[in-house]
Design a binder for this molecule. Structure first.
Ligand code: CU
Length: 376
């Protein structure tokens, strides 16, 4: 090797060293990665097929709507899974259904971390995921090696995994999952007596032409919206309206005025974007991960796009007592069910979340680190 070449190579190495060496002092090799915490947590998900109610009995769908769904742990959505950044998550998937199911965890990197592979009816599989990247992520069924993944997602096989950032402020946290239904028996909004007597199933034509019947909020259209209209009122969830009129707020999202709240908003799709917005609110978006902090992508914004196949961490503070509404601001999605009331009241208390929306917090997980039981 001639001297000029050696000198050139040495200079090149030096330049590279000069460029990168200061960064090595302040950044880990990957800004997304965390050291392993040494903690292993466990979650068990049970795949099955079952009939569930997806729309309340209201003027839009007299009698309500039933649907032949696919579920994890008996509900749409599946349970929230929560770990701290750096933890190992051991996942067990048991298939109690009649068809092949599987799992795809977007919080994992690499097929052996993120994917279960096929789990046949009656089978159980266990694998581990290294939770290196902080944030909120979708998990969903991948069907039989992706064949039919669109149908299994549309049928309800999804949920969210929260990876708490190493540095994260305490907040009241909530789990909210949207999702579309393409129902072979749904005759449309205000169809009156056309309400089907039998539960519908996945409609491939409606799916392929992007004509969803419903936009679910945690498994049901208008699950947390009692009514709209101050003068001309349209009850959307008459049961919830009756609860509210009786002073029962256990199925509402309650927050204290001024407290920091954190919302894990999951959009499994399978097709539509969510235009997330709080009526009368502002929000900070904490997507991404920078050295164990949630990256703040955007601050004090009004509406944030959440693509299908994604989840976003939204922080908000509700300054005054009163009603705020979380919506998918695409108005056709609101009519089809994607909205939830938030009640800011001094009477709000820790842990008074609507059923299924409580998220194991970072502090809770730290207190339960030595518990070898599933945290669900
Ligand atoms: Cu499946």
């Amino acid at each position: 090797m001639n001297k000029a070449l050696i000198a050139g190579l040495a200079a090149g190495v030096l330049v590279v060293g000069l460029i990168f060496s200061p960064l090595f002092n302040v950044l880990p090799l990957s800004t997304a990665q965390a050291d392993h915490s040494g903690v292993t947590r466990h979650v068990t998900l049970i795949a099955d097929e079952m009939e569930v109610q997806v729309a309340p009995n209201n003027a839009l769908h007299p009698g309500g709507l039933m649907y032949n769904a696919m579920v994890f742990n008996g509900t749409i959505p599946g349970p929230v899974v929560a770990v701290n950044q750096g933890d190992t998550l051991e996942i067990t998937l048991t298939n109690e259904g009649d068809v092949i199911h599987s799992l795809d965890f977007h919080a994992g990197i690499g097929p052996s971390n993120a994917l279960s592979g096929n789990v046949a009816p009656g089978e159980t599989k266990t694998w581990t995921l290294q939770a290196e990247t902080a944030g909120a992520f979708l998990y969903h069924c991948g069907a039989d090696g992706l064949n039919g993944v669109w149908e299994h997602i549309a049928n309800g096989m999804y949920g969210g995994i929260v990876v708490h950032a190493m540095k994260e402020k305490p907040a009241k946290e909530f789990y909210v999952v949207f999702g579309e239904i393409y129902n072979s028996e749904d005759a449309g909004l205000f169809a009156g007596d056309a309400t089907p007597e039998t539960a519908g199933s996945f409609d491939l034509t409606k799916f392929a032409t992007e004509m969803p019947d419903l936009h679910l909020t945690n498994g049901m259209a208008h699950k947390y919206v009692p009514a709209v209209g101050a003068v001309s009122q349209l009850p959307l969830n008459p049961d919830l309206l009756a609860e509210m009129q009786a002073g029962n707020l256990e199925n509402f999202f309650l927050v204290k005025p001024g407290e920091l709240t954190r919302w894990y908003i999951v959009n499994p799709g399978p097709n539509d974007y969510v235009a997330f917005h709080f009526i009368a609110g502002m929000m900070d978006v904490r997507d991404g991960s920078v050295r164990g902090n949630y990256g703040a992508v955007d601050r004090q914004d009004e509406t944030w796009t959440i693509p299908p196949g994604s989840a976003t961490v939204i922080e908000a503070t509700f300054p005054e007592e009163g009603i705020y509404v979380g919506v998918d601001h695409n108005m056709n999605h609101v009519v089809r069910g994607a909205a939830f009331a938030v009640v800011a009241t001094e009477g709000a208390a820790e842990g008074d979340n609507p059923p299924g929306t409580w998220v194991p917090s970072k502090a809770w997980l730290n207190e339960n680190t030595h518990d070898e039981e599933d945290h669900m």
